[in-house]
Design a protein around this ligand. Structure first.
Ligand code: GTP
Ligand code: MG
Length: 305
């Protein structure tokens, strides 16, 4: 069975969980004045009208940027803790009522990138490919912005609406770092929101933005990373070979970039799916070629200046 064929099934079972959420059981007021309704756990058989639609929003980010602080502040005690399928990594999700909407928030494991270097990276990658949420809030640190934006660049390759939450604004202020978030928003072509999650500041505005992003039309303004000019012909070549030979869940350009990086799991998948195995040979040629390129660095995915 094609992996893409599994997608509707995944989404269906995900949604069915939400259909038994009871009505709002409590109201919390965030510091910025907005009212947030804790939904209560999705216990089967509990009364109350089922919500019309649940919007799934995942919280992504590199380790230690404050993802769980955001998740905990928004969901309160209404959390479900389990494991990601087939892994020993903890999976946390929770439900929140926001206005008329019921949101399911998922606290994704911290990942530096979306290569499969660790179980966490594999989980986030497979989740975005096969079980995509309606929006992803990617948390970055205000004082570690440059490093954290690497993951944003990777996420842009996926077909999922993104909101960037710049957290720890208090730390940046303390360190004398001034951030022009309007310019960042324009440069990225994505909504950017300021947060100090530890003090509940900016959370309601972030959530409202995430809901609007999930419901709105797909942004066409996002500034996707462009490969280095020397890599472009190799990536185009790979994309032509892959097109039509791999499950449609994989974004072609992202997959070609990962093959160029030498990602073993994706190389194996592409080889298995490609009837002629030309992908493997092209990747091997590309791999040899890229080692001769000036400034080559293993695993480097560079944004053009
Ligand atoms: N000063 C400040 N500290 C914060 C803020 N948000 C989170 N923190 C702190 O940053 C640390 C990491 O926060 P977490 O929420 O655990 O971050 P995480 O991204 O979930 O971390 P991992 O799951 O370990 O990758 C904790 O000590 C938080 O209290 C903030 O806005 N300001
Ligand atoms: Mg955490």
């Amino acid at each position: 069975m094609k992996l893409s064929a599994l997608r509707p099934a995944f989404r269906g079972s995900w949604r069915s969980l939400a259909s038994v959420i009871p009505a709002a059981t409590k109201v919390r007021i965030l510091d910025d004045g907005a009212h947030l309704h804790g939904s209560g756990a999705p216990a089967a058989g509990v009364g109350g009208p089922p919500p019309v639609h649940t919007i799934c929003i995942a919280i992504a980010g590199q380790p230690n940027v404050g993802r769980s602080t955001v998740f905990n502040s928004l969901t309160g005690l209404d959390q479900h803790v389990g494991n990601w399928p087939g892994k020993t990594v903890e999976k946390k999700s929770g439900f929140v009522r926001f206005g008329q909407a019921t949101l399911e928030l998922v606290d994704l494991p911290g990942t530096y990138s979306l290569s499969a270097h660790s179980a966490e990276e594999e989980i986030v990658r497979d989740y975005l490919l096969f079980e995509p949420p309606e929006a992803v809030v990617v948390v970055v640190g205000a004082a570690t912005l440059e490093r954290n934006l690497y993951l944003v660049a990777e996420l842009l390759a996926f077909n999922v609406p993104l909101v960037v939450a710049v957290n720890m604004m208090d730390v940046a202020a303390r360190e004398g770092v001034e951030l022009d978030l309007q310019s960042l928003q324009t440069a990225l072509g994505l909504p950017v929101k300021a947060l100090t999650a530890a003090r509940n500041e900016g959370l309601a505005a972030l959530l409202a933005c995430a809901v609007a992003t999930a419901r709105g039309p797909r942004a066409t303004t996002a500034a996707r990373p462009t490969p280095r000019p020397e890599h472009r012909p190799i990536i185009c070549n790979l994309m032509q070979l892959l097109d039509g030979n791999i499950p449609s869940a994989y974004p072609l350009e992202w997959l070609a970039t990962k093959l160029l990086e030498g990602d073993p799991r994706l190389t194996q998948m592409a080889r298995a799916k490609s009837p002629t195995a030309r992908v493997g040979r092209t990747r091997a040629r590309a791999s040899r070629a890229r080692r001769c390129l000036p400034g080559y660095r293993r695993g480097a995915l560079r944004l053009d200046p």
